[in-house]
Ligand binder design. Sequence first.
Ligand code: UD1
Length: 368
Amino acid sequence: MVTFLSVVGARPNFMKVAPLHRALLPYEGRIQHIILHTGQHYDEKMSRVFFEDLELPHPDVYLGVGSGTHAEQTARIMVEFETAALAASPDLVIVVGDVNSTLACSVTCSKLGIPVAHVESGLRSFDRTMPEEINRMVTDILSDFLFVTEPAGVENLAREGVAPEKVHLVGDVMIDALMRYREKARSSRSMDELGVAPRGYTLVTLHRPSNVDVRERLEIIAGIFERLQDATTIVFPVHPRTRRRMDEFGLAGRFDAIRSLRMTDPIGYLDFLNLMDNAALVLTDSGGIQEETTYLQVPCLTMRENTERPVTIDVGTNQLVGLDADLVVTKSMEALGGWPKRGRIPDMWDGNAAERIIRILATAYGAV
Ligand code: UD1
């Protein structure tokens, strides 16, 4: 019997580990699967609701590290994870995505001599001011198995000198989850609760430090919503970081005054999936939402200067608009007026990425 330990920490991790957990079920008796939650995200609406929506079992190990500066949070995860990894003694640790938990656990494993598999490897924004870019680069250099979602990731890893036999283009586990739960999400009541109809609203998510931690940039965002308020209802589930900054900068009243803006607490996986699926337009600075809207073929304007997911632009529905208010408004009006960017679904985004990954790992560990 071999033991694989999967790490989750923050909201965008849960929908990536759920398909891996499911793909491991047929290997029961040959592969033991331990799920470890670092506690990087801890609010009910940022964490527990996702376990329920995605039918993930309760984590076997919970580290409860909580928030802090990057150094504090990363260091706390490393200290706690080292003890947990020594106790569980896994044959392999699986990390996903690019959050601080991903980095902290891969660094700790490499010092303990535990092999690491990185799911969603190879993505690069080439912008080192993004904490996630550092997390991606360090994790990839330390990983033994690198599972990639799109061709650009394979090219990036080759350029960085990663041995090609470690790299596997397998598709996107987040799309596996989306395909599995799309139908179930249709019974979500969130559109009724928000008083919006299919294709009758713009869905917004914004939480990048580069957008929300700077007063002037958050003011530009308020200005964009003000210019759009007569053209569309704006549904905006607000991340705790963004909510805190609105209050700190004294901007909460300005956002509250925008007539067609419906701000909510963060919402669960199924409700959010259904809101994306039915939106006329999505405005975001998230990584994962660029991929999900490409799959759903919903127009997406990404309020960043770059993306680590170029396939969403090359073949998907995504366009980069930065925080250029005129461009955001013009492109939004185009999409709302019925001229959205049409896209197609990238190769291998077919719902079977997790199975491909587990087959490769099970073969490597003689567990087939
Ligand atoms: C983290 C990830 C980011 C990901 C995002 C998704 C890193 C470096 N960043 O950013 O890549 O896109 O998650 O949400 O790992 N907070 C709460 N409740 C929680 C969690 C956080 O209130 O359950 C508040 C705290 O005030 C905290 C702040 O949000 O200080 C930021 O949380 P943190 O985990 O540090 O980073 P995110 O901005 O969530």
